[in-house]
Design a protein around this ligand. Sequence first.
Ligand SMILES: NC(=O)c1ccc[n+]([C@@H]2O[C@H](COP(=O)([O-])OP(=O)(O)OC[C@H]3O[C@@H](n4cnc5c(N)ncnc54)[C@H](O)[C@@H]3O)[C@@H](O)[C@H]2O)c1
Length: 173
Amino acid sequence: MRVLISGAAGFIGANLVMQLLKREKAVDILGIDSLNDYYDPAIKDFRLVEIEKIAAEHSDSKWTFVKGNIAEKALIDSLFKEFQPDIVVNLAAQAGVRYSITNPDAYIESNLIGFYNILEACRHSYDNGTDGVKHLVYASSSSVYGSNKKVPYSTDDKVDNPVSLYAATKKSN
Ligand SMILES: NC(=O)c1ccc[n+]([C@@H]2O[C@H](COP(=O)([O-])OP(=O)(O)OC[C@H]3O[C@@H](n4cnc5c(N)ncnc54)[C@H](O)[C@@H]3O)[C@@H](O)[C@H]2O)c1
């Protein structure tokens, strides 16, 4: 099983990589992360060290890390071509509601352009009769429910009232 995980040095991504290494046999994981400084990058470096330790204990599996930006189409296309993932988990995103007011660029880049690049790479993974990506997972956000008054939220609720750019980009995904 070949799994491509974006945002692999992030909170959820790094924990997913570690759990896959521990639970699955012979899993080949390619992690991508830009290691941006939205919060202290030392935390991301620490997570990568922890992943390396667990990978060393599971030699039947393979772990490869690429520092890169999912908004770079040529990079994403070449990684998909070389690695040919069976499963893609897109966790690379610019999170945060307040930050999107002062730094909208980061959301357009990662959550719209980056997300689009991942979708297109998945679509083209079937070109020329090749075995393409069988499953794509990505993380939405409870912020898509915006100013809805009804709690608890349900995935059947309307998501027409985003109150931040973060929420709007997640809804568009
Ligand atoms: N943690 C939560 O409570 C929560 C809640 C709802 C949704 N989410 C979503 O889950 C996903 C993962 O969240 P997290 O908590 O692990 O966040 P995180 O910020 O810890 O991890 C995201 C990682 O993606 C990387 N990244 C950002 N933009 C990138 C880009 N353009 N190219 C490559 N790497 C990039 C960052 O460097 C970071 O390491 C995100 O999509 C987030 O919006 C998280």
